[in-house]
Design a protein around this ligand. Sequence first.
Ligand SMILES: [Fe+2]
Ligand SMILES: [Fe+2]
Ligand SMILES: [Fe+2]
Length: 327
Amino acid sequence: MADALKEQLIKHLTDVHSIEEQALQQMQVAPRLARDPVLAGAFREHLIETQEQERLVRSRLDALEADPSKIKDLAARAGGVGMVLFARSQPDTPGKLVSHAYSYEHMELAAYELLSIVAERAGDQDTVAVARSIAEQEAVMAERLAAGFDRAVEASLREVARDDLGNQLGKYLADVHAIEAQAVQLLEQGQAMAGDPDLQKVFTEHLEETRAQQAAVQARLHARGERPSRFKNVLLRVGGLNLSAFFGAQPDTPAKLAGFAFAFEHLEIAAYEQLMRVAQRAGDDETARLAERIAGEERAAAASIRARFEPAMQAALRQQGIGAPAG
Ligand SMILES: [Fe+2]
Ligand SMILES: [Fe+2]
Ligand SMILES: [Fe+2]
């Protein structure tokens, strides 16, 4: 195995290792925050899977005889990626917990797909096999969470009296409005950093779509008589997104960026799926239809991003001086 390729492989293994370490912490607190027995059970089950995943990844690092001090170094930098959105804020409702977890599972899925591309290039079939089997588990966990959107909404609204539903709906709308503001930032910065021209095109097109989504959400907020100060407060609380601080120094940016954007689209999908359910309960059909439509747009964007994982990874490897694959 060429040295440069082996270094990349170790780097990606280190990334997924630190992602799993963060996942372990999340899976330990999630059952308590879920306030629903089925959701709590899904998190508990995934804690056991995550423990095994962490062990498998560590065994691949051992097999490659990765230098422990170097791993520590790489992990310190990798840790930031998961922190950007997912670990930083402690979700305050079961619904937000499920949104974050759903997004996190997709970040893991992306990281393992990228790992398997690198391992394939390096001819390390054992790592390819580990990456594929863990990716499958992450996808299954994401499905369990998606099947729990109803329960998440139920648990979040349980203590809200029926006449307060309209007020709750305003909160959900203000939240997706803030998420779209972050999406605009992500896509604006992403365009400039994409590296791969087709990935850049996906970002540019979705940026335009995202602005329209935010405007449509804002129109629903106005139509419902929400004061702008309410959703501006949410914007301030959520804060800005500075991707270059996390990705800028890393030479494999295009691939990581694609994985992060893919995860972000799933944060949006989960938020709109729940908004749709709350709007239905509140009898606001127009908001329910809008949420369903936007969720579909986010799914399409996620699929377009995923289709660029391979070229983005190849672009990242080229930037590392690793040439095109033979054959
Ligand atoms: Fe995992
Ligand atoms: Fe996971
Ligand atoms: Fe989006």
